[in-house]
Design a protein around this ligand. Structure first.
Ligand SMILES: Cc1cc2nc3c(=O)[nH]c(=O)nc-3n(C[C@H](O)[C@H](O)[C@H](O)COP(=O)(O)O)c2cc1C
Length: 388
C-alpha cells in the first residue's frame, strides 16, 4: 500500500477534549532511571526532547501503581503523591512545547522484581544485591513463575484485587493533578492485567479465571475505575497484546472481544502490541523478525471489528510508512519507541523529508529561525539543490 499525496499524519487530531498537533505518539519506554519511583531531571530531559522533536503525544514509561508492581528498582512510580508532584515539571514542559502529556499506568505482576535489562533482565541475584537491589515478593493471578528460576508469585485473593483496582484509580487521580491529559493502562506484555487475560498465565477457578469473560473481569474493573475518576474531557487508552503468540494463548478474536468490552467501559483507543506472557512466542513487542509495521494488521482488525480507535506500534520506521497507516484507516495514531531513541527529532525530520515543513515552521522557534536561514543560504551555493 502507498501513502496518499497529502497526509493526515501531520494534521491535528482530537479525542474527547484533547487535541494532538499530529498523529504521532511517543510510545512508553522504561528507562529504569528513577529512585523510589520518583521522576528526576533525567525524565524531564528524556521526555522533553520528544516534545521539541515534534511528537504530538509524549507518553511516559510504565509508571507503577504500587511498589510491588515495579519491574525493577529503577521504574517510575505513581503510588504516592510525591511521585505525582515530581512529574509536574515534565507535563508543563511537554505542554509548553506543543505535546500532549500522557502517562502509562502499570503493574508488572509476575514479571516484577527483576534486573534492569542491561544487568540481565532476569530475577535479581547476588550481583544485584551487591548493587543494593533486593528482590521483593510478587503477585499474579496464579502461583506460577513466568519461567523456571524466576520468583514464584503469590496468587491474589479477591480483596487484594479490589485494592489493586483502587491503586490504578488513585494513580489516575494523581496523574490528572500532575497535568497529564491522557492515561494509558498497560494491559500488555505479560504484566499483571495481561496475565489475568491469558489462559497461559491465569489458572484461577473463581470469578477472575476460567471463561474469557471471567479473565477479562479484573482488567475491565480497572478500566472502569480509572474512567470513573479520569476527567471526561481526557482520553483513556489501553495497551493490549493483540495476540499471545503461543499455542493455547489469546488470539486476535479474543482481543476484538476485549476491545468491545473496553469501549463500553469508556476506553477511547486500543494500543496494539503483542506477546510477553510466556517466554517462547512467535511475536512480541520488540520483534524484528516480522519486519516493519508488524502490529499494523492487528490495529486494523481491532479498529474495524470493535469499532474503536487504535494505535499501531512496532517498527514504524519512516514518515511514508506512518502516513500509509493513518491515511488508509489502518490505525488512528502511530506510536514510535526505538525509532525516536534513534532520532528524537524523527517527527520533524519526517515532515521535512515529505515536503510538509519546508520552512522549519514546526521546529522550536529558537532552532527553526536559524535552520531556515541556513537552508536558504546553502541553496544558493553552487550545486545547492534546495534541500540543505
Ligand atoms: C527502551 C524501551 C522501553 C520500553 N518500555 C515500555 C513500557 O514501559 N511500556 C510498554 O508498554 N512498552 C514498552 N516498550 C515497548 C515500546 O513501547 C514499543 O511498543 C516497542 O518498542 C515497539 O516499537 P518500536 O519498534 O518503535 O521500538 C519499551 C521499548 C523500549 C525500546
Amino acid at each position: 500500500m502507498t501513502a496518499p499525496a497529502s497526509t493526515a499524519l501531520f494534521e491535528p487530531f482530537s479525542i474527547r477534549g484533547v487535541t494532538s498537533r499530529n498523529r504521532i505518539m511517543v510510545s512508553p519506554m522504561c528507562t529504569y532511571a528513577a529512585t523510589d519511583g520518583l521522576a528526576s531531571d533525567w525524565h524531564m530531559v528524556h521526555l522533553g526532547q520528544f516534545a521539541l522533536g515534534g511528537a504530538g503525544i509524549v507518553c511516559t514509561e510504565a509508571a507503577a501503581v504500587s511498589p510491588q508492581g515495579r519491574i525493577t528498582h529503577g521504574d517510575l512510580g505513581i503510588w504516592n503523591d510525591a511521585q505525582g508532584d515530581a512529574l509536574e515539571a515534565a507535563t508543563a514542559f511537554l505542554r509548553g512545547h506543543g505535546a500532549v502529556p500522557a502517562i502509562q499506568l502499570a503493574h508488572a505482576g509476575r514479571k516484577a522484581s527483576r534486573q534492569r535489562p542491561w544487568y540481565g533482565n532476569g530475577p535479581l541475584g547476588e550481583a544485584d544485591l551487591a548493587r543494593g537491589d533486593r528482590p521483593w515478593p510478587i503477585v499474579a493471578p496464579s502461583d506460577e513463575a513466568f519461567q523456571d528460576g524466576w520468583l514464584v508469585p503469590a496468587e491474589l485473593c479477591s480483596d487484594e484485587i479490589a485494592v489493586l483496582v483502587k491503586n490504578f484509580a488513585d494513580a489516575a487521580i494523581r496523574a490528572d493533578r500532575a497535568g497529564f491529559d491522557i492515561v494509558e493502562i498497560h494491559g500488555a506484555h505479560g504484566y499483571l492485567l495481561h496475565s489475568f487475560l491469558s489462559p497461559l498465565a491465569n489458572h484461577r477457578t473463581d470469578s477472575y479465571g476460567g471463561s474469557a469473560e471471567n479473565r477479562m473481569r479484573f482488567p475491565l474493573e480497572v478500566a472502569s475505575a480509572v474512567r470513573a475518576v479520569w476527567p471526561d474531557r481526557k482520553p483513556l487508552f489501553f495497551r493490549v497484546s493483540s495476540v499471545d503468540g503461543a499455542a493455547g494463548g489469546r488470539e486476535i478474536e479474543d482481543t476484538v472481544a476485549l476491545a468491545r468490552a473496553l469501549k463500553r467501559c469508556g476506553v477511547d483507543a486500543i494500543d496494539c502490541s503483542s506477546g510477553g506472557v510466556v517466554p517462547k512466542e512467535r511475536i512480541n513487542a520488540h520483534d524484528t523478525s516480522h519486519g516493519p509495521g508488524l502490529h499494523v494488521p492487528f490495529a486494523e482488525r481491532i479498529r474495524k471489528d470493535a469499532d474503536i480507535m487504535t494505535i499501531a506500534v512496532g517498527l514504524i520506521l519512516d514518515g511514508p510508512q506512518a502516513a500509509e497507516i493513518v491515511d488508509n484507516g489502518r490505525a488512528d495514531l502511530v506510536a514510535v519507541a526505538r525509532t525516536v531513541l534513534d532520532d528524537p527529532y524523527w517527527p520533524l525530520h519526517q515532515a521535512r523529508a515529505m515536503g510538509i515543513d519546508d520552512d522549519f515552521r514546526n521546529w522550536p522557534q529558537a532552532y527553526g529561525w536559524w535552520l531556515e536561514r541556513r537552508a536558504k543560504g546553502l541553496r544558493i551555493l553552487p550545486g545547492g539543490n534546495g534541500d540543505a
